[in-house]
Design a protein around this ligand. Structure first.
Ligand code: PMP
Length: 429
């Protein structure tokens, strides 16, 4: 496989863009080698600048749940682009979008649209602070809630991939207000709340974590957080940027049967355009400006092209809820196939999966939190990543990321993937 054009593009990109990329993990810094520059994609396949084809397991890091260039989305964007790409005024489309979201997800009376997952989480935290009159928040090690200052403490995703312990530019005051607990450690988080009684505005959690690979909540953990927040008047925020409209129409709240006080969305909600949202019960959401004085705004929030792309995807998911089960079955098939292949190698490994989120850790211990994830054999993951990339399988370029299935993927694609992992095991392990 030649990637000469990608190599040329990357060299040129580095002259004009920091590190040649607009988001750090794309640079392949942790897996090594040259990032592949994509030119187009259709359904389950990516095509790079040199014309190589890949089966896509990142789905643009989640949004492309129905596959790339999904015809109804493309058609709708075209139609709306002809009317204008932005107004800066209210539009009927925003009302339809907000109504659809409130009908699909539990516990959301009011929803505010933003342009990224970062904005959604950052705004939800401000709202929780404004609502409770408290300053501190609790997040979990290895969880990623975007790149706002408050979240860059023991964060997952690129922060973990590049092992950045402290981010220059984040002030000590901000760090002091972010307390970090261990995911799945009920006693640890209770102790933190006890020590800071009356000071905690919010606990923010990825209900199913996806930024240290895929890591599932232990039975009872999220229920414990729910009870703790209720008892201590703390706002429980589910960051459903990854899980929203992916695990079920109503996201992790619906799938796991746990109610959050505020929920944040991104990725699938925008159908591949830059969209995020946060919402919750009126009691809390009414504190947002202009109803209340917790200020939050955006020139391009509710942008018509972004809204119609998201609205089209969400409508499709609502009309065809069987998509979630199809995705679940495909991912289970992939999991079982990989398990069969790896079990013959004598290597230690763990495969974590929830719905259409999945990841492999080469490890002899169960992966329940960030420290277990970070003790896994990351060089071996990187080796597998490159072996597969060179054979047309595109995994996330980091062991600290969940893979996302899209529903355009078919069983032949899954068999091909499993077969190539088997080849990797035979030739490299
Ligand atoms: N929360 C979670 C759980 C995420 O996975 C991400 C992005 N990967 C974000 C927030 C931030 O979203 P964005 O990159 O759109 O700002």
């Amino acid at each position: 496989m030649s990637i000469r054009k990608s190599e040329r593009l990357f060299k040129n990109a580095q002259k004009y863009i920091p590190g040649g990329v607009n988001s750090p993990v794309r640079a392949f810094k942790s897996v090594g080698g040259t990032p592949v520059f994509m030119k187009k994609a259709k359904g389950a396949y990516l095509y790079d600048a040199d014309g190589n084809k890949y089966i896509d397991y990142i789905a643009s890091w989640g949004p492309m749940i129905l596959g790339h260039a999904f015809p109804p989305v493309v058609k709708a964007i075209r139609k709306y682009a002809n009317l204008s790409t932005s107004y800066g005024t209210p539009t009927e489309l925003e009302v339809k979008m907000a109504r659809l979201i409130t009908e699909m997800v539990p516990n959301v009376d009011l929803v505010r649209m933003v342009s990224s997952g970062t904005e959604a989480c950052m705004s939800a935290i401000r709202l929780a602070r404004g609502y409770t009159g408290r300053n501190k928040i609790i997040k979990f090690e290895g969880h990623y809630h975007g790149h706002a200052d408050s979240f860059l403490v023991k964060a997952g995703s690129g922060v973990a991939t590049f092992d950045i312990q402290q981010v220059p530019g984040v002030t000590p005051g901000v760090y002091a207000d972010t307390l970090v607990a261990v995911y799945n450690d009920t006693e640890g988080v209770s102790e933190l709340v006890r020590r800071h009684k009356g000071e905690i505005a919010a606990i923010i959690v990825e209900p199913v974590a996806g930024n240290m690979g895929c890591v599932l909540p232990k039975p009872g953990f999220l229920e414990h957080l729910r009870q703790l927040c209720t008892d201590e008047d703390i706002v429980l925020i589910f960051d459903e940027v990854m899980t929203g409209f992916r695990l079920a129409a109503g996201g992790a709240q619906e799938k796991l049967g746990i109610d959050a006080d505020l929920v944040t969305y991104g990725k699938v909600i925008g159908g591949g355009l830059p969209v995020g949202a946060f919402g919750g019960r009126k009691k809390i959401m009414q504190h947002i400006a202009p109803l209340g004085s917790v200020y939050q705004a955006g020139t391009l929030s509710g942008n018509p092209l972004a809204m119609i792309a998201g609205y089209t995807v969400l409508s499709e998911l609502r009309k065809h809820p069987e998509i979630f089960e199809e995705l679940n079955q495909k991912t289970a098939y992939l999991r079982n196939g990989i398990d069969e292949v790896l079990s013959k190698t004598g290597r230690d490994y763990r495969i974590n999966r929830f719905g259409s989120m999945i990841s492999i850790h080469f490890s002899s211990e169960d992966i329940n939190d960030f420290s277990s994830a970070s003790r896994s054999d990351i060089p071996l993951f990187n080796k597998m990543f490159h072996y597969l990339l060179e054979r047309g399988i595109y995994l996330p370029p980091s062991a600290y990321e969940s893979w996302f299935l899209n529903n355009a993927i078919n069983y032949a694609d899954l068999d091909e993937t499993i077969g190539k992992i088997a080849d990797f095991c035979k030739s490299e392990l």
